[in-house]
Design a protein around this ligand. Structure first.
Ligand code: NAD
Length: 491
């Protein structure tokens, strides 16, 4: 097994400095593969949020010299590129920390870090472009007036993120917010904050101006809620569960504060009868078991044409049984533990409830026999599922694939769209016209054709229905943090 590295001991990152939380509380870091305590992280409370918001507000609008908001995009881009370079330099160390902190296989953690660096680089480019796009003229129907548009940073932003892609989910918000000229307070998940605190160290190393990015670790209720409710925070960008998202929306509504919400999902994958079975099986397993199924967009509802269902399922079951489940630091690991004991119990309960409701567990459903400790769950495939069952309707956020068959395209679309969620949806077929029809018919923010889960910094990401609203990534991600001002002049 690869050697673990010591967890750095960090404080809160406020106004460019490490600061002990005012109440001196700490949260243990538990390795989900061994259940050992590896160290701890600081737990911020409302008083620390107050300090961080003040620091971000000052950095946003110092009004003398070059504050972050009024500096050029090119100036901000230099810092984003420097952060990207540091992430790349520290990639192997950060990947190990993330694997230890949240149970992600080491290879996957390293790929995520490539995406983190790529995302900072990408938004550095968009920051530079923003300078060129200022003062875009608007054509008016009267010659006595002329008008142009300014795109301005929205202000101080609260960024609240989950644990499944700890640094990547933070980056999807930090990079565009800073590129737009906003200053920010990041509140990562209490279950996996270690690499976000390393991002703070990187900000220090590259000399990011004090207060531009503040990082507060801590619990949702103690640190996240006061941030969401703070009157001097101009927007909340949130990624997490639909339940927490609705609480944040309610809190922000008191001050008519804008929010963007990236929430949960229960995404379908439709496999037609004309597919290459091997390729379709690879995407099906990847789409549901990647990152241990702890992906918001996991295609966890498989709809397979009835004529190929038996042979396809046999393949899925055989391949699932051969997936290497181990400590995430072990070479070749494909499936690590789920993030915490709480998640482990929640997923097991989902499986037990499905069985009690009459579903059949085709494979998995248990702790792997060779692993006595850690929050490990075998890749699980469940059939004989009714659309009213909890396992079909609710997000499990674990390695659990539910399967139903269909007999024609209309039925497949109806089953796919029969959900409160609308994040991702995927279709696999050799008939590209059919794929196009089905893509249009899906009620979802992201559609994959002949694949599942690929994600690029350049393309918009987000959902509809209870999966949230607003788009991250691409130019849409930058717009999240900009306000549009019209300037109209009488001539
Ligand atoms: P969660 O909602 O429990 O927590 C998310 C964040 O919110 C954490 O930082 C938490 O501390 C904070 N929080 C909790 N209660 C809060 C409150 N009352 N006020 C303010 N902040 C609060 O979600 P999680 O378990 O960390 O993450 C898993 C969820 O995230 C899944 O539902 C998943 O689908 C979703 N997710 C969505 C996307 C997407 O792009 N749509 C991406 C990743 C994860």
């Amino acid at each position: 097994m690869a050697m673990a590295i010591p967890m750095p001991s960090r404080q809160l990152f406020i106004d460019g400095e490490w600061k002990e939380p005012l109440q001196r509380k700490r949260i243990p870091i538990i390795n989900p593969a061994t259940e050992e305590i590896l160290g701890d992280i600081p737990a911020a409370t409302a008083e620390d949020v107050e300090l961080a918001v003040d620091a971000a507000r000052r950095a946003f609008s110092r009004n003398k010299g070059r504050d972050w908001a009024s500096a050029s995009g090119a100036y901000r881009a230099k810092y984003l590129r420097a952060i990207a370079a540091k992430i790349t330099e520290k990639k192997s160390e950060l990947a190990k920390l993330e694997a230890l902190d949240c149970g992600k296989p080491l290879d996957e953690a390293a790929w995520d870090l490539d995406d983190v660096a790529g995302c900072f680089e990408y938004y550095a480019g968009l920051a530079e472009d923003l300078d060129k796009k200022q003062k875009a003229p608007v054509s008016l129907p009267m010659e006595t007036f002329k008008c142009h548009v300014l795109k301005e940073p929205l202000g101080v932003i609260g960024l609240i993120t989950p644990w499944n892609y700890p640094l990547l989910m933070a980056t999807w918000k930090v990079a565009p917010a800073l590129a737009a000229g906003c200053t920010a307070i990041l509140k990562p998940s209490e279950l996996a904050s270690v690499t976000c605190l390393e991002l703070a160290e990187i900000c220090k190393e590259v000399g990011l101006p004090a207060g531009v990015l503040n990082i507060l670790t801590g619990f949702g209720v103690e640190a996240g809620a006061p941030l969401a409710a703070h009157p001097h925070v101009d927007k909340i960008a949130f990624t997490g569960s639909s339940l927490t998202g609705s609480k944040i929306m309610a809190s922000a509504a008191q001050m008519v504060k804008p929010v963007s919400l990236e929430l949960g999902g229960k995404s379908p994958l439709v496999v037609f009868e004309d597919v290459d079975l091997d390729k379709a099986a690879e995407w099906t397993l990847f789409g549901c078991f990647w990152t241990n199924g702890q992906i918001c967009s996991a295609t966890s509802r498989l709809l397979v044409h009835e004529s190929i269902a038996a042979v396809f399922l046999e393949k899925l079951v055989n391949w699932s049984r051969s997936i290497k489940i181990s400590d995430p630091l072990e070479e070749g690991c494909r499936l690590g533990p789920v993030v915490s004991e709480g998640q482990y119990e929640k997923i097991n309960k989902f499986i037990q409830t499905a069985k009690s409701e009459g579903a059949t567990v085709l494979c998995g459903g248990n702790r792997p026999q060779h692993l006595k400790k850690g929050f490990f769950i075998e890749p699980t495939i469940i059939t004989d599922v009714d659309t009213s069952m909890q396992i079909w309707r609710e997000e499990v956020f674990g390695p659990v694939l539910c399967v139903k068959t269909f007999s024609n395209e209309d039925e497949a679309i109806e089953l796919a769209n029969d959900t409160h969620y609308g994040l991702g949806a995927a279709v696999i077929s050799n008939d590209l016209e059919r794929c196009e029809r089905v893509s249009k018919a899906f009620r979802a923010g992201i559609v994959w054709v002949n694949c599942s889960q690929p994600c690029f910094s350049q393309a918009p990401w987000g959902g509809i229905k209870r999966s949230g609203f607003g788009r991250e990534l691409g130019e849409w991600g930058l717009e999240n943090y900009l306000s549009v001002k019209q300037v109209t002049q009488y001539i």
